[in-house]
Design a protein. Structure first.
Length: 346
């Protein structure tokens, strides 16, 4: 968002338009989406994925100061359908299951008595290794080396890349990711990651000590429901093979089975990994017992919003405070509606 656009938002707020928008959109459900909290400098590395703990805490305080009632996901959806939703109600959702969610987000929510839903992808919960794609991307970004010869990482790889060029860095990551996807186990991917960090002169042990780019453990996840955070489905391997019924069923059922070992269900709410979904899979999702699914489509939800295509506002470290307030108040929702940008092709 440009400085001029943000200046316009400040003017709109001072003129009372945010308060008016909150009233005009009072019957719509706001669903907020978060990912991880930085344990070190991840908010500089991927600010759309990791935010500062202080930013997250400030968001919660702003919700409370502006009088938004935060509801559990299931209750909010039931009341939306029944027409009994409180004015300007909010649901807080968190994706993935990063360790920072356990260490920073859960206590911040509990201190304020706020419920939330964690959509937990369980493969890395069970493996307890760094998430390869994210940890490798961090290494390429963090390295002081100007170039990388991939053959130094693994003899099966080739290509020399200028790491100061984001486009070339992205190509190097694509090659590493493709190679890692062909390996047989998480341990082999960790060995590849160790070689990458070694070639780039980085300390992977520091990353491991701080538990950067790892998910919480099963035992840690089991402590969250008592703090007011329910666990729900995000697929097991964080992928949505919507056009492969057998693979999709395996993702959902494996995720559900893993969750059932750490929490009490029912596990009926799904978040599409990376926001990717296929409407053709909706009947299968219903048959698998899924009653709601959240997307990354922007906007609010009313009684006519398809329950398997719920909209969310994706908050992040890149989002300014004034834009956050404009989204939650409903002001930007009304602007998008006036411009015809809330419509989704059916």
């Amino acid at each position: 968002m440009t400085r001029l656009a943000e200046a316009a938002l400040y003017v709109a707020r001072s003129c009372g338009l945010f308060a008016l928008a909150r009233s005009l959109t009072a019957d719509r459900l706001r669903i907020l989406c978060y990912h991880g909290v930085a344990l070190d400098d991840e908010f500089d590395f991927q600010p759309m994925l990791f935010m500062r703990a202080a930013t997250f805490a400030d968001r919660l305080d702003r919700l409370l100061r502006t009088g938004h009632l935060v509801l559990p996901l299931g209750e909010a959806l039931d009341r939306l359908r029944q027409g009994t939703l409180p004015r300007a109600a909010v649901v807080i959702t968190i994706d993935d299951g990063w360790f920072g969610t356990l260490r920073e987000m859960a206590p911040a929510l509990a201190r304020r008595g706020l419920p939330a839903t964690l959509y937990l992808a369980t493969y890395y919960v069970e493996k307890q290794t760094q998430v390869f794609n994210v940890a490798a991307a961090y290494a390429l970004w963090r390295s002081k080396s100007k170039t990388l010869d991939l053959s130094d990482v693994d003899p099966g790889l080739e290509g020399r890349f200028d790491l100061s060029d984001p486009a070339r860095r992205s190509l190097a990551l694509d090659a590493l990711r493709s190679w890692a996807d062909g390996l047989d186990s998480a341990n082999e991917r960790q060995a590849l990651l160790e070689r990458l960090y070694g070639v780039l002169g980085l300390d992977l042990e520091r990353v491991r000590r701080q538990r950067m780019f790892t998910f919480m453990s099963s035992g840690e996840a089991a402590t969250l429901p008592s703090q007011g955070m329910e666990l729900q489905l995000h697929t097991h391997r964080h992928r949505f093979p919507g056009r492969d019924p057998a693979a999709l069923a395996d993702e959902i059922e494996s995720n559900r089975a893993s969750l059932s070992r750490v929490a009490t269900g029912p596990f009926r709410h799904l978040c599409y990994p990376s926001g990717e979904y296929d409407r053709g899979a909706f009947p299968q999702l219903a048959a698998l017992g899924i009653v709601s699914a959240t997307t990354t489509l922007p906007g609010m939800n009313d009684s006519g919003t398809p329950p398997l295509e719920l909209r969310r506002f994706l908050d992040s470290e890149t989002c300014s405070t004034i834009r956050f307030e404009a989204e939650v108040s409903g002001f930007l929702e009304l602007v998008r509606g006036a411009l015809g940008r809330n419509r989704v092709a059916r």
